[in-house]
Design a protein around this ligand. Structure first.
Ligand code: ACM
Length: 633
């Protein structure tokens, strides 16, 4: 047992040592520059932690807590190091010359100095934590280097839909932790939608008494093979919201609340039917749709999709929305308030006499003009409170509200148009791989998902800055974001599976300079290292499939196959007899020679098993020696 432990430890030391060889020293996202030199800083019990600015004391505590978990000992805090003492120094001296959120690290044989203020210093510490190898013989050897770093984009976002499924505050905090580890700085909290209203609003208690509950959820992929017939309910109290905001702020993350309007309003309308164009009309449910409970009256949706029953643009509705937004603004310090604006069908507005009269009276062109009026009226209210709205790119229809920021999700086009009009833009196109509800491989093993393929390479290769923009227009592209819609994400473990490792790629396109892009270094050195560390923590993630697959017919009847394990310490098992591989299958070691007679094929099935026992999806590769039919079933 002891021997096995030593071997495992040696493997980890070897992994971590190789991180020190990596040009980016194992840091995700890749810094602006890393210059390594020939030396080592020995982190041991004699090192002192110098932080003589009161505002850095929290950072010093944070760092020391990390050192304790990494080494088992704490560093002695000091106001200054003595001449013969090795020190880790946190300081803001010189930080005024750094770009916003920037930091510098200098590691010599004697000292580690981290320069930055507030978020910059925090990010510097995150980088130090990532580059630090494992302890060996009661010390950690850190390669000497100089790192200069600052972000490419000022808005680096992750979205989470808590309407379709909601998650405990503990998961929200874990999500925020993960974001902060990767230098993301905006958590977009999608709090309301057709399938549930998830934030307590004191003035309108029915929003949560009624709007946070649905009678069932479809089973399987839309439109579902049935319903689970279980009440699904939940919301965040205002105290929980404040707790999350404070937790995020301590990690330099702003929380952007989203209150959807004028569409995706079924839950609010179920609570207050007078917000509908047709309060007496039953919520539309297809007769064939799986459904639990009553189909009468206004219902919180159990199906996913887009629904015609949207907010009526009456004075009563505006008063309601303004009151809701006032409470939201009171809770969230965010300058940005997201007001949705996407997928608002115009059918009910077309049918409704009040809406038609309004279009005429206000001299609007059509229902799109009414949507634009709706958003602009809300914007005025939000601006009067000193805040700014963000909306999905449909807010361009019928004319953009004067100060709005646009989230471009239906491709890049909305973002391009908005930037050309001088509006700030956040790129989050579903086609760019930034929809984390898409599947991560084509394997049939992927859990139920919305469809579409977005793996970490797709995201890594996405360039957020549209070529169509002039240099002057480019400055309006303020950032990039990934969205996790949760129609098919029921549990915290699945949230983790859907965002890791894709968040690593996102952080690199959001933070790192484009010329630092290097998919091979990213996937083989850094992503592999970070997953190997996560594997020890009980966090769920998508296990990568084998890397570097190459196959070659080396003589008439032999195909040579080479594979590479995607993570340090992971193993590949395979079959060639069409059975599903498991740990009972053959362990891949060092190249395979597979006999495949001419005109035939074999199917190589692989699975990756991580040190903690997590399994990848099964991949299938055809080893073809001139067979006519090469389809994999
Ligand atoms: C969206 O995906 N409907 C913004």
């Amino acid at each position: 047992m002891k021997k096995l432990f030593t071997i495992v430890l040696l493997i980890f030391i070897a992994i971590e040592a190789s991180a020190q060889q990596d040009q980016n020293m194992g840091i995700i996202p890749a810094p602006v520059s890393v210059k390594k030199s020939n030396g080592n800083f020995k982190l041991d019990k004699t090192v002192v932690l110098v932080s003589n600015e009161p505002k850095n004391s929290r950072m010093a505590d944070l760092f020391n807590a990390f050192v304790v978990t990494k080494t088992g000992f704490a560093l002695r805090p000091a106001k200054a190091a003595k001449a013969n003492e090795k020190a880790i120094i946190l300081t803001s001296v010189g930080a005024d010359k750094l770009p916003v959120e920037g930091y510098k690290i200098k590691i010599t044989n004697k000292n580690i100095t981290i320069v930055g203020t507030e978020a910059g210093l925090f990010y510097g510490l995150k980088s130090i934590m990532q580059l630090m190898p494992e302890k060996a013989n009661d010390q950690i050897l850190i390669t000497t280097c100089e790192i200069n770093d600052y972000p490419r984009f000022k808005y680096r976002g992750m979205h989470l839909d808590v309407s379709r499924h909601m998650f405990p505050v503990s998961l929200i905090k874990k999500y925020i932790d993960l974001m902060s580890d990767y230098k993301m700085n905006n958590f977009h909290w999608h709090l309301t939608d057709d399938q549930g209203w998830r934030i307590e609003i004191k003035k309108y208690p029915k929003l949560t008494e009624v709007g946070s509950k649905r009678n069932g959820t479809i089973i399987g992929h839309y439109p579902g093979v049935g319903t689970d017939n279980k009440e699904y309910k939940g919301y965040y109290t205002q105290n929980e919201v404040k707790d999350v905001i404070a937790y995020a702020a301590a990690r330099y993350i702003n929380v952007v609340p989203e209150i959807e309007l004028p569409g995706h309003a079924s839950a609010a309308i179920a609570a207050y039917p007078e917000l509908s164009c047709f309060p007496e009309r039953d919520t539309f449910v297809d007769v064939n749709a799986p459904w639990s409970g009553s189909r009468k009256g206004k219902q919180v949706q159990q199906q996913s999709g887009v629904f015609d029953d949207v907010f009526v643009p009456s004075d009563n509705t505006f008063k309601f929305l303004e009151n809701v937004l006032d409470e939201v603004i009171g809770l969230f310090p965010s300058t940005y308030i997201h007001i949705g604006g996407d997928e608002c069908p115009k059918e009910y507005w077309k049918e409704n006499a009040f809406c038609q009269k309004m279009i005429k009276d206000l001299n609007l062109k059509d229902e799109h003009g009414l949507q634009s009026y709706f958003i602009q009226r809300i914007e005025k209210h939000v601006n009067a409170k000193g805040r700014q709205i963000i909306g999905w790119d449909e807010i361009l229809e019928g004319g953009l509200a004067p100060n709005a920021t646009v989230m471009s999700w239906r491709g890049a086009e909305g973002g391009i148009i908005a930037a050309q009009q001088g509006h700030d833009v956040i790129m989050t196109p579903n086609a760019g791989g930034l929809y984390f509800d898409h599947k991560q491989s084509t394997s049939a093993d992927e859990p139920t998902n919305i469809g579409g393929l977005s793996n970490y390479s797709t995201i890594y290769n996405y360039e957020p800055m549209p070529k169509e923009l002039t240099v002057a227009q480019q400055k309006y592209v303020i950032g990039v974001q990934a969205n996790l819609w949760t129609e098919y994400v029921e549990t915290p473990a699945k949230v983790e599976y859907m965002i890791i490792p894709r968040i690593f790629s996102l952080s690199e396109i959001a933070w790192s300079q484009p010329e630092r892009k290097d998919l091979k270094n990213f996937s083989e050195e850094r992503l592999a290292l970070h997953l190997a560390r996560l594997d020890k923590t009980g966090t769920n993630y998508w296990v990568p499939t084998p890397l570097g697959l190459n196959e070659k017919v080396i003589n008439g009847e032999t195909i040579n196959v080479n594979l590479k394990a995607p993570m340090p310490g992971s193993s590949i098992y395979y079959t060639l007899d069409l059975t599903r591989p498991s740990t009972a299958a053959t362990l891949y070691t060092n190249g395979l020679k597979v006999i495949v007679p001419k005109g035939e094929k074999r199917i190589l099935k692989t699975i990756v098993i991580t040190p903690s026992g997590k399994q990848s999806v099964v991949t299938e590769t055809i080893l073809n020696n001139g067979a006519a039919d090469v389809k994999v079933k």
